[in-house]
Design a protein around this ligand. Structure first.
Ligand SMILES: Cc1cc2nc3c(=O)[nH]c(=O)nc-3n(C[C@H](O)[C@H](O)[C@H](O)COP(=O)(O)OP(=O)(O)OC[C@H]3O[C@@H](n4cnc5c(N)ncnc54)[C@H](O)[C@@H]3O)c2cc1C
Length: 469
């Protein structure tokens, strides 16, 4: 479906933004119209680059009046296609880049939508604090995108997702009005929470222009380790022990299969085997504590005991910051490492932690029966019950034939995760990729209630119209 924008809307929007506030230059537009893995390409009659919330409001107001569609875009790192327009006006937040305030008494940072996660980390660190959300796309992913996808990442276990870390929002609603919800309240029970509706709305309920983010203390000690385990069930058992042993100080608990390690070493420069024994499964564990030396000591105790009783087959604790970075590079490179292997069927699924190991086993069996030889690269945030369950073509197989069977594979994986009381989208959202499919798994009661909310806020459905219900 390609959408169209009336010519007079384009000229009015251009006039309101002035020189530098918009572009129709194909070279300027090109990187914003393609997703980094080349899975989606798009089209837009106009790229708008507002510099202020008032300018966002003016643009959305003009579009609301005319019923003209808009797609917001931040860092263009979304993995489900929601940021790529197909004829809508493309509203980029790249010029909304200021960190407005860091308040150490309230432990809050107010950052505009286009601030990258890496820049937010730097601003927090410069003030002696930490914004703990962490993910591999942090150099490009923006606060607006992270809010709008309710991003998770590697520290959810301890700090939660964006829903837990955002305490206020400023947004332009689909009628063009500005809502200033930049509160710094940890407690506010005054009815429905508009902020939580906007979090995870994927640009369908307005444009997020700024957010108040919760800051945390910088912790004095940190330990990063790789542990080898026999299977995902052993990883989950280790998770329970890790939480108890560290007194809740586990920040990350990430699973990687042997194939994932092999692909990273084969396809990415400078990476090395983390464990010479090459076990079938790996867990990357990070623990942090406010007490000097405590994280390292609890990690040693945890792994020592687990090695002794055979739950862990082999382990290595990073001995330096650069070794810790090298360990994380193996985890963060997982998606990039798949790219040279041809198209992969990507699934971002979650289940209760207690059932994720059974899911991984059942999915491997079901796919192996239906598609003999496919290579399963299951990795990710097992501590949150969230696995990136990616399926590559058999070694030497035909990439095009594999790509053509993506939907069939997804159906098997998603039916199975639903049977484990899980979700077909743990953290990436639905975008254009999974919106139709999600209808199969959500109850009609829920979908109708969600549609009613959207109709009330955006009766002409101008905001990211191809995304969500
Ligand atoms: C290598 C890699 C690793 C990743 N790891 C993780 C991970 O661990 N956890 C995780 O959750 N995600 C992960 N992602 C996905 C992605 O980084 C997140 O979804 C991120 O939140 C998207 O931010 P963005 O600024 O790039 O948004 P975009 O991709 O530009 O947009 C994403 C969605 O948000 C909407 N949107 C963007 N900005 C706004 C705004 N200001 N107002 C309203 N709507 C807006 C868009 O319309 C779109 O629907 C990863 C991506 C990559 C490439």
């Amino acid at each position: 479906m390609t959408l169209s924008v009336p010519a007079d809307v384009i000229s009015r929007v251009k006039a309101v933004l002035g020189e530098g506030g918009w572009s129709q230059d194909p070279e300027r537009l090109a990187p914003k119209l393609v997703e980094w893995r080349d899975r989606w390409t798009g089209a837009t009659p106009l790229l708008v680059l507002p510099r202020t919330t008032a300018q966002v409001s003016a643009v959305v107001g003009i579009c609301a009046e005319a019923g003209a569609p808009i797609t917001p875009q931040g860092g263009n790192t979304g993995l489900v296609g929601g940021q790529i327009p197909q004829g809508e006006i493309l509203l980029s937040t790249e010029r909304l880049r200021s960190v407005r305030e860091v308040d150490l008494e309230d432990d809050v940072m107010v950052a505009e939508a286009g601030v990258t996660l890496a820049a937010a980390h730097e601003a927090a660190a410069a003030a002696g604090r930490r914004f703990p959300l962490s993910l591999a796309s942090e150099g490009s992913a923006t606060i607006g995108g992270l809010v709008s996808t309710n991003a998770g990442g590697t520290a959810v276990l301890r700090y939660g997702t964006m829903r837990d870390l955002v305490i206020g929002i400023e947004a332009v609603l689909p009628n063009g009005e500005i809502w200033n919800g930049l509160k710094r309240l940890r407690k506010d029970n005054t009815g429905y929470d508009l902020k939580q509706l906007l979090i995870g709305a994927e640009g369908t309920l307005g444009v997020v222009t700024a957010a108040a983010l919760e800051l945390h203390p910088v912790l004095a000690s940190r330990a990063v380790a790789f542990a080898g385990v026999a299977d995902p069930a052993a990883a989950v058992r280790l998770l329970g022990r890790a939480k108890a042993e560290t007194g809740g100080a586990v920040e990350a608990f990430e699973l990687i299969g042997r194939l994932g390690i092999e692909l990273a070493i084969r396809n990415l420069p400078g990476l090395r085997e983390p464990l010479e024994s090459r076990p079938p499964w790996y867990v990357l564990i990070e623990a942090a504590s406010g007490e000097p030396g405590a994280a390292e000591a609890s990690m040693e105790r945890l792994l020592g005991a687990a090695l002794e009783d055979g739950l862990v087959l082999d382990a290595a604790v990073a001995q330096s910051e650069s070794q810790a970075k090298a360990f994380w590079a193996l985890r963060e490179g997982q998606s990039a490492a798949q790219k040279p292997e041809g198209p992969a069927w990507k699934h971002d699924v979650s289940a209760p932690v207690s059932r994720i190991a059974s899911f991984i086993e059942a999915a491997g069996e079901a796919l192996g029966r239906r598609f003999p030889g496919v290579r399963i690269d299951a990795f990710g945030h097992v501590g949150d019950g969230n696995i990136h369950y990616d399926v590559l073509a058999p070694a030497g197989g035909d990439p095009a034939a594999h790509a053509a069977r993506r939907d069939e594979g997804a159906r098997i994986v998603h039916d199975l995760i639903a049977s484990f009381e899980g979700s077909i989208s743990a953290e990436h959202g639905l975008g254009t990729m999974k919106t139709a499919e999600a209808l199969t798994y959500k109850s009609p009661v829920e979908v109708e209630a969600l549609r009613a909310v959207r109709r009330a806020l955006d009766p002409k459905r101008i905001m990211n119209p191809r995304v969500l219900f």
